[in-house]
Each structure stands twice: as structure tokens, then as C-alpha cells.
Design a protein around this ligand. Structure first.
Ligand code: SF4
Ligand code: MG
Length: 304
């Protein structure tokens, strides 16, 4: 059974006086306990909105989200459900997870209290993320970006989540800290038996830590599969384009290819397959009819 099951999720962003923007347009995704799923795609494709709907921070417009066997999406949900403390999130900006005015030890202690954990100390949690216990008395601004993200991870894990979500948790860090923080999140989530949904636009880092990858484009999941398979043989033309855009570390001098064109306006998405204006393989049917959802949502791979 899945820990998290997102089924045909739809999330509209409404601004008064403007047409609603369908940020998530029927996306399905599963995360099992102890599993690391990487959710990748360009910025603005709906990854964060999907994560926020899973946490109950954003109202869903349609579809269903179930977590630990219970339904957690009531459509129109506006407040954070108390049971959703079992889902903890680490954001791109650590200040979205940490209060700049409070000592980090006190913030980690909040998480421990949430979990009813009287044995673990904030200093003990800091050691688990590779920081000295003695730093518990300091404030967030006294740390580097990478250290702050470690503290945010310690605070999230202190609450003993069964699902940890990282929303671009490494994209503000320098290259050397990125792989370290991503690997730390993976190891600590797996060690504690939690699932990890790791959101990033950087497929080369996701590849290092994810068991499975889901590729999102303009509000839809266009391809999912085991990381090794997607890396070795991407099938959806968008996944192929994402992989070609990664700089090759092989020293052969292969230059990455830029993705053609820009992400279209989600308020006015293209007809048929949403990728068709940018797709080098587009056929007549692609502009007219939407391909069915599935492991690969593309007319090149019609369902059997
Ligand atoms: Fe390209 Fe058509 Fe597949 Fe869309 S459905 S990705 S346009 S080939
Ligand atoms: Mg985002």
C-alpha cells in the first residue's frame, strides 16, 4: 500500500478579476514508505503547488489525496490539518521553515514535542544532520545556507514524519552543498522509514538520490519510472530534452542542449499534448488530442 497516493489532482489558482490558472491539471503520483521519489520539471510546472496541496497548505480543486490509508484532501481545504504533522516539508528558502528570531534548538524542540519525543535532544538532532550539538543556542542567521538547510531538515525530522517533502531544498545552495544536502535528506528519510518526495528542477542531483522519478510538465506528470531506467532510456520527448540539457561530466566536451522555447502560460495551455509546441517529434494528433495519462503520456507510446 502506498504511503501517499495522489490521484488525478487538480489545483486552480484564483486571482480576482483574472482567469483561473490550472497549476496542477490532473496529476497522479505515489510514494511508498521508505521510498525516495524525485519530482522534476522546469520552474512553474506545478511541482510546488502539488506539494503544497499534499500538505494541506493549498486547496485542491479536484481529485484525491490519500495519506497513510486515510483521505486527506477535502476539496477546498484551507487550514492545515493536525494529522498532517506526519508530513513535514523543507523549503527552498530555509526561512520559510525556520523562524529567524528564535534559537534553532528551541525550534527543533517544537518538532520533538509534536512527536511526543522526550528522549531526543535538539543537540542530538543537530548531530544527526552533521552539526555540533553545541550550536543549538544560535540563531539561523549565524549559519551558511547549507547549514540552515541541515537545521531545517533536523527540525522537520524531529517531528517524526512518515513523509518528508523537499521543495527545491537545494536550489539556493552552491554546487558543493547541493549533493551533500540531498544525500543527507535521502539517508535520514530512509533510515527513519519515511518516504521522501524530493522536488527539483535538477535531474542530475535527483538521479543521485531517487529510487523513482516523476517528470512534470505544465501541471501534468508526463513520465514516471525507476531512476536507472529513466536515466538510461528516457521515453517522453520532454524527459529526453531535460536529459540533453544536463552538462556532461564525462569530459568529452558534449555541450548541453537548451530546451527549445519557453514554458507556455499555464493560464492558456496548448491544446492536445501540452508539450506539442516545443516537441521535435510532434505529429498531427498531438495538437488535437491529449495523450492518456500513464507511465509515459505521449502519442508515441499508445497504451496497449
Ligand atoms: Fe511530442 Fe506528441 Fe508525445 Fe506530446 S504526444 S510529447 S507532442 S510526440
Ligand atoms: Mg517551485
Amino acid at each position: 500500500m502506498s504511503l501517499l497516493s495522489v490521484d488525478d489532482l487538480v489545483v486552480d489558482h484564483r486571482t480576482p478579476g483574472r482567469p483561473a490558472v490550472r497549476a496542477v491539471a490532473g496529476a497522479s503520483l505515489d510514494v511508498a514508505a521508505g521510498e525516495v521519489v524525485g519530482l522534476v520539471g522546469e520552474s512553474g510546472c506545478g511541482k510546488s503547488t502539488l506539494a503544497r496541496a499534499v500538505c494541506g497548505l493549498t486547496a485542491a480543486t479536484g481529485g484525491a489525496i490519500s495519506f497513510e490509508g486515510g483521505q486527506v484532501t477535502r476539496l477546498g481545504l484551507r487550514r492545515r490539518d493536525p494529522e498532517l504533522t506526519r508530513i513535514q516539508m523543507v523549503f527552498q528558502d530555509p526561512y520559510a521553515s525556520l523562524n529567524p528570531r528564535r534559537r534553532i534548538g528551541a525550534q527543533i524542540a517544537d518538532g520533538l514535542r509534536t512527536a511526543g519525543d522526550r528522549e531526543t535532544t535538539p543537540g542530538g538532532m543537530l548531530e544527526r544532520v552533521g552539526l555540533p550539538a553545541a550550536m543549538a543556542g544560535r540563531y539561523p542567521h549565524e549559519f551558511s545556507g547549507g547549514q540552515r538547510q541541515r537545521i531545517a531538515i533536523a527540525r522537520a525530522l524531529a517531528a517524526r514524519p512518515s513523509l518528508l517533502i523537499g521543495d527545491e531544498p537545494i536550489s539556493a545552495l552552491d554546487a558543493s552543498a547541493q549533493a551533500q544536502v540531498a544525500t543527507l535528506m535521502r539517508n535520514l528519510a530512509v533510515e527513519s522509514g519515511a518516504g521522501l518526495l524530493f522536488i527539483s528542477h535538477d535531474l542530475s542531483v535527483v538521479r543521485l538520490i531517487a529510487d523513482r522519478i516523476a517528470v512534470m510538465y505544465l501541471g501534468k506528470i508526463v513520465e514516471t519510472g525507476p531512476t536507472a531506467e529513466i536515466w538510461a532510456a528516457p521515453r517522453h520527448p520532454y524527459t529526453q530534452a531535460l536529459l540533453r540539457a544536463i552538462p556532461e561530466p564525462d569530459g568529452l566536451g558534449t555541450l548541453p542542449e537548451e530546451l527549445p522555447g519557453d514554458v507556455p502560460d499555464p493560464a492558456d495551455p496548448p491544446s492536445g499534448c501540452r508539450f506539442h509546441p516545443r516537441c521535435p517529434m510532434a505529429m498531427d494528433v498531438c495538437a488535437k488530442e491529449e495523450p492518456a495519462p500513464g507511465p509515459v503520456s505521449c502519442w508515441l507510446y499508445p497504451p496497449a
